[in-house]
Design a protein around this ligand. Structure first.
Ligand code: NAP
Ligand code: MG
Length: 404
C-alpha cells in the first residue's frame, strides 16, 4: 500500500531514557511503515545537549518556529546527580523551559480517556483540559524572613528614579514572613490569547477562575485582560459556533468542576494550574494517560508527553529486566502533531491516519491489553492482561494494521 504523504516537514525532538527507547519503537512500528514524512530531527538526548553546549535545544525551538509543528520526547532536566551520571560540562537548563521561553508558549494538558479506566469523579464524562499560565506569581517571587518587629513596605520607582507609589504591607509586632510577586500585562494577555486559540481550535468552552473579590488589583487585572482579549478577538467567533467564555471566582470554579461533565478548557493562574493539573492527572488514572501541548500566541505547536523519562523503568531495562512502560502519551504526542500538521496542510488523509492510530491505541487498552500502571486502576475484568513495553506497541500495531 502506498505511504501517506505528509506535505510539510515535522520537527522531531528526541529525548532520554525509557521514553527514548519507546520513541524509537513507536516510530519504527506505528509511523514509518505508513508515512512518507520529512522529519527534521533534533537529538535532545542529554549527551548531545552537552556536546552542543545546549545549542541543539535552541535550534529545535527555531525549527518549530520555521515549520510550525513539532513533537518532543521527554528529556532529563539535569541536577547534581545527572552531572555525575553523564559527566556534564554544566547543569544545563530545562529544555522545556528553554523551548517555552523561545516560543512564549502556554502548556495545555488533557486526559486520554478509555472506557475501562474510570475517573475518580463520577460526573466527568469528557476530558477537562487545563491551560496553565507559566509565568510569574509565586514562581518568580522575592521573599524575606522578617526577623523582628518593624515596617514592611511596597515601593514603586519609575525608570527615571521617581518614587511614585509606596504602601504599607504590614507593621510587624514581631517576626514573620513577606513575599513580593508580580505579573505583566504582556504575559497575561498572551496567556489569554493562547487559551482562546486552543479552545476555539478544539471547540471547547473556556472557564477562567481568579480571586478578584479579594485581590482587587492583581487578580482583577487578569480578569480584565481576559475580558478584553475575548471581547476584541473571540466573542463573535465563539458565539458563531455556540461556544462560551465563563469567568467565576476560583473557589466557585473548583466546586463546579466536581459537578461538570467536562469537555471544557480550564484556564488557570500559575499556582492554580500547578495544583489542579496534578489533581486531574491523578483523578484520571495515570501520568501516561495525559496529553500535553505547548501553544504559542503566533500559532506554533509543540506536542509532548506530560510525564518524564521514566528513569526507574530505564534502569531496569538497562539491566535486561522486563519493563511495562506505557507509551500512550508518546503515541498521542505524535498523533496530535500529525493531526495539526494535516489540518494546517489541508491533508485530511494525514488527520485520518492519526485518528485511526489513536483509536487502535484506545481499543487495545479497552480490550484489556495494558501496561502495569493501568492494570492497577482499570475496572477489574478477566480479560485484563499486563504486557511489557514493546508488546504493548506490537498489540497496537496489530489492531492498527486491520484498520489501515
Ligand atoms: P517520571 O518519568 O514522570 O516518572 C515517575 C513515575 O511515574 C515512574 O517511576 C512511574 O511509576 C510512573 N510513570 C511515569 N510515566 C510512566 C509511563 N509512561 N508508564 C508507566 N509508568 C509511568 O518522573 P521522574 O522519574 O520524577 O523523572 C525522570 C526524569 O524525567 C527526570 O530526569 C526529569 O528531569 C525528567 N522529566 C522530564 C519531563 C519532560 O521532558 N516533559 C517532565 C517531567 C520530568 P512507577 O515507578 O511506580 O512505575
Ligand atoms: Mg505540580
Amino acid at each position: 500500500m502506498a505511504k501517506i504523504k505528509v506535505k510539510t516537514p515535522l520537527v522531531e525532538i528526541d529525548g532520554d531514557e525509557m521514553t527514548r527507547v519507546m520513541w524509537r519503537i513507536v516510530k519504527e512500528k506505528l509511523l514509518l511503515p505508513y508515512l512518507d514524512i520529512d522529519l527534521k530531527y533534533f537529538d535532545l538526548g542529554l549527551k548531545n545537549r552537552d556536546e552542543t553546549n545546549d545549542k541543539v535545544t535552541l535550534e529545535a525551538a527555531e525549527a518549530i518556529k520555521k515549520y510550525g509543528v513539532g513533537v518532543k520526547c521527554a528529556t532529563i532536566t539535569p541536577n547534581k546527580d545527572r552531572i555525575k551520571e553523564y559527566t556534564l560540562k554544566q547543569e544545563w537548563s530545562s529544555p522545556n523551559g528553554t523551548i517555552r521561553a523561545a516560543l512564549d508558549g502556554t502548556v495545555f494538558r488533557a486526559p486520554i480517556l478509555v472506557k475501562n479506566v474510570l475517573p475518580a469523579v463520577r460526573s466527568w464524562k469528557k476530558p477537562i483540559h487545563i491551560g496553565r499560565h507559566a509565568y510569574g506569581d509565586i514562581y518568580k517571587n522575592v521573599e524575606y524572613r522578617v526577623p523582628k518587629a518593624g515596617k514592611a513596605e511596597l515601593v514603586f520607582t519609575t525608570l527615571s528614579g521617581d518614587e511614585i507609589w509606596r504602601g504599607t504591607i504590614q507593621d510587624f509586632k514581631g517576626a514573620g514572613v513577606i513575599q513580593g510577586v508580580h505579573n505583566t500585562d504582556e504575559s497575561i494577555s498572551s496567556f489569554a490569547k493562547a487559551c482562546f486559540t486552543y479552545a476555539y481550535d478544539q471547540k471547547l468552552n473556556v472557564w477562567f477562575g481568579a480571586k478578584d473579590t479579594i485581590s482587587k488589583i492583581y487578580d482583577a487585572q487578569f480578569r480584565k485582560l481576559f475580558d478584553e482579549e475575548y471581547d476584541k478577538n473571540w466573542k463573535a467567533k465563539f458565539e458563531a459556533v455556540g461556544l462560551t467564555y465563563f469567568f467565576t471566582l476560583i473557589d466557585d470554579a473548583v466546586a463546579r468542576i466536581m459537578k461538570t461533565e467536562g469537555g471544557l478548557l480550564w484556564a488557570c493562574k500559575n499556582y492554580d494550574g500547578d495544583v489542579m493539573s496534578d489533581m486531574l492527572g491523578s483523578a484520571y488514572g495515570s501520568l501516561a494517560m495525559m496529553t500535553s501541548v505547548l501553544v504559542s500566541p503566533q500559532g506554533f505547536y509543540e506536542f509532548e508527553a506530560s510525564h518524564g523519562t521514566v528513569q526507574k523503568h530505564y534502569y531496569k531495562y538497562l539491566k535486561g529486566e522486563e519493563t511495562s512502560s506505557n507509551s500512550m502519551a508518546l503515541i498521542f504526542a505524535w498523533t496530535g502533531a500529525l493531526k495539526k500538521r494535516g489540518e494546517l496542510d489541508n491533508t485530511p488523509n494525514v488527520v485520518d491516519f492519526a485518528k485511526k492510530l489513536e483509536n487502535a491505541a484506545l481499543e487495545t487498552v479497552e480490550s484489556g491489553v495494558m501496561t502495569g500502571d493501568l492494570l492497577l486502576v482499570a475496572t477489574p475484568n478477566p480479560n485484563n492482561r499486563k504486557v511489557c513495553t514493546e508488546e504493548f506497541i506490537d498489540e497496537i500495531a496489530k489492531r492498527f494494521q486491520k484498520k489501515h
